[in-house]
Design a protein around this ligand. Structure first.
Ligand SMILES: Cc1cc2nc3c(=O)[nH]c(=O)nc-3n(C[C@H](O)[C@H](O)[C@H](O)COP(=O)(O)O)c2cc1C
Length: 180
């Protein structure tokens, strides 16, 4: 209750299923009285990390794009939620690009503890989505205080707008938000 929650959705397509899962989480988290901000990577200017590692001494990136503003919100959030379409059994390139650009946070004290992952995929079998969870766990392991608090594996969602409030994944995301 009254936690700062940041929800980042990374799909760029119209009628995004993972974005609807993100919105379900947002509604649940708001219903529980939390302060929630939703960020979509649509139309964000986000460049690839060049790997210079300057941010490890300066705690900032020399590239002037939208990552600094997103990092500032991530740093203050107590709960962080990432929503992604599954692409080739991995997270979206957009989300991976963002995670790489969070490296300026690596040397800083961040508030986030609970991290949630919301996925949409064509596959029905949640076991096949394990690689995406492992990917995010790699990022989480770099932030001592953080833990993976929950995962929604929305399978069988191929076409746009396949998720509705009747969908199991939607209900799971809403409940996760409610109890985050
Ligand atoms: C480039 C690409 C690769 C994909 N790879 C997979 C995959 O490996 N496994 C899977 O289950 N679905 C895969 N899909 C299907 C999407 O994960 C699915 O349509 C999902 O609902 C898209 O989420 P979105 O609506 O939030 O963009 C792929 C789709 C695209 C465009």
């Amino acid at each position: 209750m009254n936690k700062k929650v940041v929800v980042i959705s990374s799909s760029l397509r119209l009628g995004s299923n993972s974005e609807v899962l993100a919105q379900a989480f947002v509604q649940g988290a708001q219903a529980a009285g939390n302060i929630v901000e939703e960020i979509s990577l649509k139309e964000k200017d986000l460049r690839f990390c060049t790997g210079c590692l300057a941010c490890q001494s300066t705690a900032r990136c020399w590239m002037q794009d939208d990552s600094a503003a997103i990092n500032a919100k991530l740093k203050e959030a107590e709960v962080v939620v990432f929503a992604t379409p599954v692409y080739f059994y991995a997270m979206s390139g957009q989300l991976k690009t963002l995670l790489d650009r969070t490296n300026p946070l690596f040397t800083q004290s961040c508030a986030f503890r609970d991290v949630y992952l919301l996925m949409s995929a064509a596959e029905e079998d949640p076991q096949l989505l394990q690689p995406v969870i492992h990917e995010l766990e790699g990022w989480i392991s770099c932030f001592e205080q953080a833990q993976l608090a929950g995962v929604v594996a929305g399978g069988g969602l191929s076409e746009p707008s396949a998720v509705s409030p009747d969908t199991k994944a939607y209900q799971e995301a809403y409940q996760m938000g409610l109890h985050c």
